[in-house]
Design a protein around this ligand. Sequence first.
Ligand code: ZN
Length: 486
Amino acid sequence: MHPAQGFCYRAILRVKPLTGYTIRQAWIASETGYDTVDVQIEGGRIANIAPQLDPVGIVVDGRDKLLLPGFVNAHTHSSELWQRGAILPYPLELWLAELYDFAPADPEQVYLSAIGTAVETLLSGGTTVVDHLTIMPGQELETIGAAVKGYREAGIRAFVAPLIQDQSLPSSIPTGGTVQVYEPYARTAQETLEMMSEAIAQFHRPDDGIYIVMAPTGPQLCSDELFAGCNELSDRHGLCRHTHLLESKAQKLLAEEKYGCTAVEYLKRLEFLGPRTSLAHCVWLNDHDIQLLAATQSTVVHNPLSNLRLGSGIAPILKYRQAGVNVTFGCDGSASNDSQDLLEAIKIGSILHNVTDFDYRHWITPRQAVSMAALGGATGLGMQDQIGSLDVGKLADLVLYDLTSLSLLPRTDPIGLLVLGRPVQAVHSAWVGGRQVIADGNMTTVNVHQLRQELFARSQWAVDRQSPTRDALEARYRSVMGLQGD
Ligand SMILES: [Zn+2]
């Protein structure tokens, strides 16, 4: 069924007028410990925070609960949900070949995986998602429309970043000095930019929590012309910019072959970097590259689970922080993680770096991790004045954690255990722009039981599948990466 034809979980909350809430006696982090406060939500924003307030609107019992700003799942690809768990251990370039061979072909799948991504993000503390959305050739606007519909229904704040490129997949592998001839990509840069103009006109609705992002796949698959066009549309419409950057060693080699400089220097020359530019992965940067990110106030999105899963490497996150680069976390797509548990990404993304620097004073504390996930994510989207902290006047993107959850007991340090533990069913309530999307641990916007049935019915076991594109690329990949055998 086409997503425009009414298959719909529940879009009621989006059109309802905003209700006021008073969260009573919730724990919030103070400078040195925790305080209990009342928090009023009115008109979609945090209206008041004080030890005691007269209740307005619906009263929510905040006792024995921790209130935090919602986190940002700052890099994912929602439709990979359909392939999670399916791809065997391969490095990025070969993994991607298999991913492309089995990409969903029906916008209805994109709609369902957007809802699934939103639900898992919300239930693990995220209230905003950045979806670097794979779009189907010939059905570009339908794909974007399907994801937007899913996110609106789920009620999550969504930065929808259509994944655009104008070069074909084999050109993402270094040539190693050999002569390679590539098929032209399905769309030219010009056609892609025209499609994006239309997508902006149809779907960019910041007041409704839906933001279109200019998001070329990465320097490995995009021309100068496409990057320049993205800059132009981003400037004209005030849109964020997003791309993959130096995720794999192969991409580092390719940038040197293709541009004669690092990929960061290349993006700097193209004027793509800046305070509203977020860069996924950033594993293979040198010290000069790091200085360029700091100088341009660009944001690094750390995707630790994907980097481990694909053997991409460990991003030098502690170096970024010491250089003053803003860093936040992403789950990355579900086929390279293979989950959308944001708390898990925050945990691994924090403690992973303890093995990279012997000086424990550089390690990331749980409170720093929470700030990176909330305010750091907001900053990368130019939203630091709107979301990311508990401040009066900000949009009410809030999450209330149940401190009586078995996984958060006994009572030690709530934020310490939330980040370093393994929280299970810990989110009690969540609001996005003042709309409650989780209550009593359950989604209020999505019928999760029905979603589970849909995902089950529309999929099948996918073991031992063959990937012709991967087979075609593997010999060159092994050769240029210096691996034995073909
Ligand atoms: Zn990605």
